[in-house]
Design a protein around this ligand. Sequence first.
Ligand code: PBG
Length: 333
Amino acid sequence: MTIATRRTAFTRTRRTRRTEAMRGLVRETRLDPAQFVYPMFITHGTDVRTPIESMPGQYQLSVDQMAREAGELAALGVRAVLLFGIPAYKDAEGTEAYADDGIVQQAVRELKRVDPALIVIVDVCLCEYTDHGHCGVLTAEGEVDNDASVPLHARTAVAAARAGADIIAPSDMMDGRVGAIREALDDAGFTSTPVMAYSAKYASAFYGPFREAAGSTPQFGDRRGYQMDPANAREARREVDADIEESADFVMVKPALPYLDIIRDIRERTDLPLAAYNVSGEYAMVKAAAANGWLDERRVVMETLTAIARAGADIIITYHAKDAARWIREDRA
Ligand code: PBG
């Protein structure tokens, strides 16, 4: 239509935005509780439910308390959890990570008992289990020893699979760990257990609250020697390519909101399922602002999760999973 015949500047996009039904008709991104993964922190003992101060609404849970959460998650349609363990003891080699009676192995067995259909993902890393708080073992000089650490991550993966884990998610960022874990799982007979690689994991200040929750702050130095520099985007492609080459079944970008460009870029690079981790610091910011009445929590959370999905993530790992699932249900009703 030529401009001369137009009676209004009112555009097509305005015409299709007028009612909620019309907006629903043209909506390009929809959230579904089935795409959420809910992270949980598991601790020894019974009847333990310790609030995590910097993550309001999140707790360190004993195995019995965690099992109760499973029922709530099922009712909400959230079908996957990601487990982190808080060990009874820490040592230089992080031995509880791969012990058969380690806290995560106990938790996996209990979850699979109470809800066999629940997808139990185990985060494989040594930082919660080592006394120095690094993600691998150290050399005599105090550096993280890549090649000595990888076999321990592989052992941890097998221990988790043996307990019944459905997906193994290495978050340590050692080189070669995805291939080593695949081989170890196959050798142990777990040929059908997939690996979700934390591929583009940045050395981020947004992990602060998690380290309080999991007691995994490095006792010296930082993680910049093995996690990615926030300034780098091309390097994320190399990390993802390497993990795919080593046969990762899922790849991940972490954190999520400050790295939407990376999510989009990796989405265009691979057709594998892509997960994004909406991390503890992202959660803490929203909760703090909402507690002050500065932001509308529900709207901010839904907008954030929608943006992460719109950027290209299939799967969103988020502490907001239960609330968001509830809100999605309310919106649909
Ligand atoms: C373990 C691990 C971390 C997170 C997930 N797995 C912490 C870290 O790398 O320091 C962070 C999750 C979050 O902040 O929510 N390596």
